[in-house]
Design a protein around this ligand. Structure first.
Ligand SMILES: [Zn+2]
Length: 480
């Protein structure tokens, strides 16, 4: 009797009490195993969307922006004053404009350029471009389709050689990038993430006249946006990485500039090397002396570096660890380097796993061929991440969905992935402890709620956004 009175004082019902006793008699691991076996794909997706998550440690901001966001932001002239044009026809004007400003490759439709570049083109080449604001609906659709990597014929070549090129000058606009970052943070917060570490470079931006915008000015634009009330209300902790394209002839001087930026701008905590690994010009050992020299005078700068993003065996992961990398992006061919694999069991380095990216860029034929479950289950620290989800049209929920469906993840494994994403985050120790405590509290409350109510009674049932990738791959979405 006394127990019931106490419960009433707490405002809880008898039903809750009964459910609490059920909660204590079955572990959530067992509950999740039963749920996983009986849930439909749609119910599993709902569950994973509502599930609190840790962080996303591997995402390229400009590859994470959905085409509809780019479109909207490109037309917002009030915020930046820059007008954008895209190529809608080919008039055989090749080599009529100065090579320094000519968009390349020449014959690629829907490349987007700013007005200052358009004005520097030849009359012939200028006639191939149309202002975005004058696009018809079908041209707008074609423009957006040119950013999604969604057709069977599109893969690694399209991604590296056409999709980024189509974005063109949009990625050089700090005001668009700052606004896109706010949208990005809101979407990840809605999925239950509490930490993001996107690659947001501060180099290579241009103003309305095509003049370079200094990195500190770009940092100020981004900082101003992420300290607005609508972003602060998300309670999402964020740090940035400065990415450098590894195969450029001047990559060494870009790395040096990245170190200067990370030393000056407190939110930029790490350097990354990006770009396709099958281009030998960006081999990790090329940069050994560069990193060693910079480390002599720059304390406290982390390295997360792409390595092993290949279907072929090589020693790139071993050589990248030699560069001083704290974390490895992708690590897809780690199983083919046994000595390095053995050295990575139980830490201290984490491998950032990008399941959907690896499939769409043809590094694995099917998810069944992915090394993720082997790494996870022999104790190599791993976490799931989204890479360039704007082009995949996917979410962090989708990464978990693929992992659970393909590899039958246990509840303990799911939680370990989130915890790893916080343990290996490039944050100060008190921040890490606060994030881990926040996650622990949220996941406990989530377990209690779901075990008590079940999927069918969930407040969130039916509301998880299902975007292109999971709609194409699984029977999850209503047919139009
Ligand atoms: Zn990446």
């Amino acid at each position: 009797m006394r127990v019931v009175q106490c419960i009433r004082l707490l405002g809880l019902s008898m039903a809750v009490l009964l459910s609490q006793s059920a909660f204590s008699s079955e572990s959530f691991n067992d509950w999740f195993d039963r749920f996983k076996d009986t849930a439909t794909d749609a119910e599993l997706h709902e569950f994973l969307y509502a599930m609190p998550k840790g962080g996303d440690l591997h995402q390229h901001l400009s590859g994470s922006i959905f085409p509809e966001w780019w479109w909207r932001l490109a037309l917002r002239r009030d915020a930046h004053g820059i007008e954008y044009y895209a190529k809608t026809q080919i008039n055989d004007c090749s080599d009529t404009s100065p090579s320094a400003i000519r968009p390349a490759p020449y014959a690629l439709l829907y490349q987007t350029i700013a007005r200052h570049r358009l004005e520097a083109l030849s009359d012939c080449e200028r006639s191939e471009f149309l202002p975005l604001r004058e696009f018809s609906e079908s041209q707008q659709t074609a423009w957006m389709n040119g950013i999604w990597l969604d057709k069977p014929s599109e893969g690694r070549e399209a991604f590296f050689e056409t999709h980024w090129q189509r974005l063109g000058d949009l990625t050089a606009n700090p005001w668009i990038i700052a606004e896109a970052l706010a949208l990005h943070m809101k979407a990840f917060a809605a999925e239950g993430l509490i930490y993001l570490e996107p690659q947001v470079t501060l180099m290579g931006y241009l103003d309305i006249d095509g003049r370079a915008v200094p990195p500190e000015d770009v940092a100020a634009v981004i900082r101003k946006r992420v300290t607005q009330p609508d972003v602060l209300a998300l309670n999402l902790t964020i740090r940035f990485q400065q990415a450098v394209l590894r195969f450029l002839p001047d990559a060494e001087s870009k790395i040096a500039e990245a170190y200067r930026i990370a030393s000056r701008e407190s939110e930029w905590v790490a350097i990354n090397l990006v770009g396709r690994e099958d281009d030998e010009r960006g081999h990790p050992k090329r940069f050994l002396e560069t990193f060693r020299t910079l480390r002599r005078t720059h304390p406290g700068i982390h390295l997360s570096i792409h390595a092993g993003e290949s279907e072929f065996a090589n020693n790139n992961i071993r050589d990248t660890l030699l560069l001083g990398a704290d974390r490895i992006g992708h690590g897809l061919n780690l199983l083919s380097d046994p000595d390095t694999l053995r050295s990575m069991r139980f830490g201290p380095h984490l491998v950032e796993i990008n399941l959907i990216s690896n499939l769409l860029l043809e590094y694995v034929e099917t998810f069944d061929h992915h090394p993720f479950p082997e790494l996870l289950r022999i104790g190599v620290p791993v976490a799931l991440s989204t890479d360039d989800r704007g082009m995949w049209d996917s979410s962090m929920t989708d990464e978990y969905f693929v992992a659970v469906k393909t590899f039958q993840l246990s509840w303990a494994e799911i939680k370990r992935l989130s915890e790893n994403s916080l343990r290996f985050a490039f944050v100060e120790e008190p921040v890490r402890q606060a994030l881990l405590a926040d996650y622990a509290q949220k996941i406990k409350a989530f377990e209690f709620k779901w075990q008590m109510q079940g999927a069918g009674l969930s407040e969130s049932a039916g509301v998880s956004p299902k975007r292109g990738f999971v709609c194409r791959k699984y029977a999850l979405c209503a047919l139009p």
